[in-house]
Design a protein around this ligand. Structure first.
Ligand SMILES: [Zn+2]
Length: 177
């Protein structure tokens, strides 16, 4: 975890906390700089670019619970409420989806490898994982055999699990092992 001063596309700088592999962090920062709106502007935007939508209270709870509601707009008879629905809501959902689909097989494998490593998984470890994934599997296997000669049993066990992750990653990208 680390803190970053990010200059959002709206021109304001905010400090944010980011987790995960360095490449992910850099990608996220780049995205925020190019398209991100800072938290304050986002709030201000909510109030301005909203539509008043009357909907059933349950729909508000299920799908719009983040939205502000109009004061005293709840109708006991019809069980409806007036919600300030941001006009940009649909656009934002599309953006989120494309961001999610950017998570690559490599990222998934690195995350799994970090999970196996547990507490010792830091940024350096993630970078090492990345380089392991880009090497031929035979090289990773050789490294493992070398480093496991005098290693503790639990370390060997973890090493084997990580090798399995590398193996299935190589398979998933269609690389011969
Ligand atoms: Zn701003």
């Amino acid at each position: 975890m680390a803190k970053y001063d990010v200059k959002f596309s709206c021109g304001h700088t905010h400090t944010i906390e980011l987790y995960g592999p360095t490449a992910d962090r850099e990608r996220k920062i780049k995205y925020l700089e190019e398209c991100g709106i800072c938290p304050e502007c986002r709030e201000a935007e909510k109030a301005v670019d909203c539509e008043e939508v009357e909907m059933h209270y349950s729909e508000y709870k299920n799908n719009y619970s983040d939205c502000k509601t109009k004061a005293n707009s709840y109708n006991k008879k019809t069980k409806t409420i007036i919600v300030y629905v941001p006009k940009k809501a649909e656009e934002e959902i599309v953006e989120e989806n494309t961001e999610k689909s950017e998570i690559s097989l490599e990222d998934v494998a690195i995350k799994e490898m970090c999970k196996v490593a547990g507490k010792t998984a830091n940024e350096d470890f993630a970078i090492k994982c990345k380089s392991q994934l880009s090497k031929p599997f035979s090289e990773s296997l050789k490294n493992f055999e070398k480093s496991s000669k005098n290693a503790a049993p639990d370390k060997i066990k973890k090493g084997k699990e990580i090798l399995e992750i590398i193996k299935s990653y190589k398979k998933s990208i269609g690389e011969e092992i």
